[in-house]
Write a protein that binds this ligand. Sequence first.
Ligand code: CAA
Length: 414
Amino acid sequence: MQGSLAAPQSRMLKGKAHSNQITGASGMDFILTEEQQMIQQVAREFAQQEIVPVAATFDASGNFPRDTIARAGELGFMGVEVPEQYGGSGLDTVCYALVMEEIAAADAAHSTIVSVNNSLYSTGILAYGTEEQKQRFVTPVATGKAIGCYGLTEPQSGSDAAAMRTRAELSADGSHYLINGKKAWITSGPVADYMVMFAVTNPEKKAKGISAFILDTHQPGFIRGKTEPKMGIRASATCEIEFENFRCPAENRLGKEGQGFAIAMDILDSGRIGIAAQSVGIARAAYEASLQYARERKAFGSAIGSFEMIQHKLADMKCKLEAARLLTLQAAWKRSRIKGTSERCTLEGSMAKLFASEAAMFCAHAAVQIHGGMGYSKELPIERYFRDAKITEIYEGTSEIQRMVIARLETGLR
Ligand code: CAA
């Protein structure tokens, strides 16, 4: 362990490292470092002991799980990659992906909240913010004392993010921006203390006329709409946000005027790795439950896992799960390696997110089928995995957008 990890280590690492490889199936050296194994183990213990017991209750109520999220903050999971001087754990992107997988395997909704604080909110401020912005806006969120959110989508602009209409107009004296407009589908919006958001500062310049801002959501003019009643990840709160003459101090602009769209995309490059890891967690939970059920459940005098039709499903689930994890960790490794340079991990992040989200959906669907009637019952978490998996193919760029990004990068054509 490096010196900089001393603080999170003492906060996080109550468990002992144990030999825990990414996958046992290959001759290549895919063994995690000691530090990565330790984080994985601590995250697994936290997720299994503290999140699993409450997941169904929060799914049913749709309430925001404040206590477990505060606990995740204490353990250092709300700022895994955030440097220690800003309240984080100072770890790499692989550690972040491992934490996300573990938390998602226990409950996808919790992992959504974790992912927004870590990647969508903190990443952009760390990469483009001033020292003062990092101190003031990252520290409370990375320690889990405050919640962050990310405002890109609008009612009329989802996949076509550059078509946003929310306006930010600089005051004549240059002291503040006046923000008016509406954002939609804001994850953690109902409870967030701060928001990294994007608004048009020069409508003639389209994508190049968008700028990024950090807002204190407790200021006048920040109006939260009703919480969306969602199919899955129900404990992760989502709402519309309306801005009515919201005054954002000029010093809270993130990056340069006109740089906002590139910042939004850069943030999504890392966000998509988090969603890929979340998908791996959901796929794993669905697969492990199915494996156990197939061994135990008897039909026609045998365990159903001895039937070829169930075996095919399990084999396909296992392959997709392992392949998804490898793509996710590849993207995470690349992001760690290029951090602070001008290189991008857009392709790797999109490939991981696309493949892993579809693997999660495949595994959750197969898990319901393997469990039969019990897969359809709320007595088991299987139907929750199925509902939760679907969002991974939609948010942070739909599967259609990921295919477009990958194909554009591969062909060089648009
Ligand atoms: N990094 C940095 N800059 C980037 C970039 C990246 N990954 N991708 C694009 N850019 C830059 C481009 O280089 C370009 O600048 P130049 O002209 O100087 O080269 C500029 O941004 C515009 O790029 P494009 O022409 O490619 O833009 P586009 O309008 O064709 O859109 C898109 C591209 C990929 C479709 C993009 O709009 C997109 O990703 N859409 C999906 C939006 C999305 O993922 N929304 C998720 C919302 S958040 C969410 O879901 C959170 C949640 O609930 C948890």
